[in-house]
Ligand binder design. Structure first.
Ligand SMILES: [Zn+2]
Ligand SMILES: [Zn+2]
Length: 325
């Protein structure tokens, strides 16, 4: 099953010519989820391979304007398109009040909009064979990170060995694959040893805006991909502390301690050049990338290789956004 993260906005606080504010699209098989929805996200979606797909789940990390101002526009466009599919917006305490405040701007919607406030440890409902769990992170107001964790995959079933033991094709083979002994013509065929060890599922962690915190560190242990903010460089460490953000170095040290397979730094101040940020980051933790808008990371199962950053992999192949002209 494909698991793919597309960075729709990688800037902190305000958009620049080349970077939009926070929004990250997660695609798992046919499902698409949006983490944050900064101003202009619907336009970023239109330029992306996803287009204005009817996203059913939006996960807000917190109520700072660079993370939610894109919601009214996106919802209005969905309304203009006579969307029918329900949409659920998850977020920390305060999300319901935020949406109520915005409702005067948004107006009536032809589809059901559900708002769910989450606490640390709460899960997003309705997911199948994976979970999304909220983490309480440390910012200047209630803020969440999110962990997407797949269930373990069942081990491989050895059909040839099952047949050698005398199992016929058909439903009895299914019982053996589920670990139950079967009886064929009075003879017991044992299931033991026919199913290999189960394989771990993949894990993605999104920090949202936060200073380095234990909740993200613990959740990120062994993660396939950690998307962590790195708003400032060392020279602005005091500013990072004051505004409850992380420095690039702090995010990399956390990723190194958590032993993640890949760290993607986002929410990086547009005052810095990406190549400078990358150099500093990789000197602390080599497996770090600093995505630009529309870069994409494919996260394969561990036995199929490393997560890979594809430059502009999330851009619609026919799209020519202004910064490319
Ligand atoms: Zn922010
Ligand atoms: Zn913030």
């Amino acid at each position: 099953m494909d698991l793919r993260v597309t960075f729709l906005g990688t800037a902190a606080a305000a958009p620049s010519q080349a970077q939009n504010v926070a929004a990250t699209l997660v695609q798992r098989g046919p499902e698409r989820l949006l983490v944050d929805c900064g101003e202009g996200t619907q336009r970023q979606l239109q330029w992306s391979y996803a287009g204005l797909a009817e996203i059913e789940t939006i996960l807000l990390t917190h109520n700072h304007a660079d993370h939610y101002l894109g919601l009214p526009g996106l919802l209005k466009t969905y309304a203009n398109h006579q969307r029918q599919k329900p949409l659920t917006v998850y977020g920390p305490a305060g999300t319901w009040m935020l949406l109520r405040t915005l409702s005067g701007v948004i107006g009536r919607l032809p589809f059901e909009l559900e708002i769910v406030e989450l606490e640390a440890g709460d899960e997003v409902k309705g997911t199948r064979d994976y979970t999304i769990t909220a983490l309480r992170v440390e910012h200047r107001l209630p803020a969440l990170g999110y962990v997407l964790a797949e269930a373990a995959r069942p081990g491989r079933f050895d059909v040839a060995e099952a047949k050698r033991r005398g199992a016929p094709d058909g439903p009895l083979m299914g019982e053996l694959a589920r670990g139950q002994d079967i009886t064929v013509a009075g003879h017991v065929v044992a299931a033991a040893g026919l199913v290999g060890a189960s394989q771990p599922g993949r894990k993605l962690v999104f920090s949202g805006d936060t200073q380095p915190c234990a909740a993200v560190l613990e959740a990120a242990r062994g993660a396939d991909l950690l998307v962590h903010e790195g708003t400032f460089l060392d020279e602005e460490e005091a500013e990072a502390k004051k505004s409850a953000h992380s420095t690039v170095r702090e995010a990399c040290e956390l990723a190194r301690e958590a032993d993640v397979r890949l760290l993607a730094l986002t929410h990086v101040s547009s005052r810095y050049r990406k190549q400078d940020v990358r150099k500093i980051a990789q000197s602390v933790f080599a497996a770090t990338v600093v995505p630009a808008d529309f870069d994409q990371i494919d996260v394969p199962y561990p036995e199929r290789g490393q997560p890979l950053l594809r430059k502009q992999g999330g851009l619609d192949s026919d799209a020519v956004p202004p910064f490319r002209r």
